[in-house]
Design a protein. Structure first.
Length: 133
């Protein structure tokens, strides 16, 4: 018997008004406030154009979720990606390639080819036969 109720669906936001969450209601309320100011300062034709644009924008901010994240976080991530400097782990330049090749040629000793006589080959083969047995 437990003393505390443990919520099961903690990743689902609570519905405040009907099917709307607090964030959705906030975006729509902000749209309403901005439209109210536009109504008082603009004539009717300009207000209708601005109202359509703002309603689409704030409707998308309230309801559209690309890649299961809020649209505002998606936009902020895109802005952050384009404004922050990119970090390159390694970028090889053509002048570095030539210096690396020249330094490798200087440090690696020349490998000489060893000549084996027929007598040496026979000794090695006898050793191998002895080790087989």
């Amino acid at each position: 018997m437990s003393l505390f109720n443990v919520p099961q669906f903690i990743d689902i936001e609570d519905k405040i008004v009907g099917p709307l969450t607090a964030k959705q209601l906030g975006w729509l309320a902000l749209d309403g406030v901005i439209l109210l100011f536009c109504w008082s300062f603009l004539d009717t034709s300009a207000f209708i154009v601005i109202a359509i644009i703002l309603s689409i924008l704030f409707g998308a901010l309230a309801f559209y979720r690309p890649h299961s994240q809020p649209l505002i976080m998606f936009i902020l991530s895109a802005i952050s990606f384009f404004t922050k400097p990119k970090i390159y782990m390694w970028k090889r330049l053509p002048d570095q390639i030539s210096t690396v090749k020249s330094s490798v040629k200087k440090t690696v000793p020349a490998i000489s080819k060893k000549e084996l006589s027929s007598q040496k080959i026979e000794e090695i083969s006898k050793l191998l036969e002895i080790n087989k047995r």
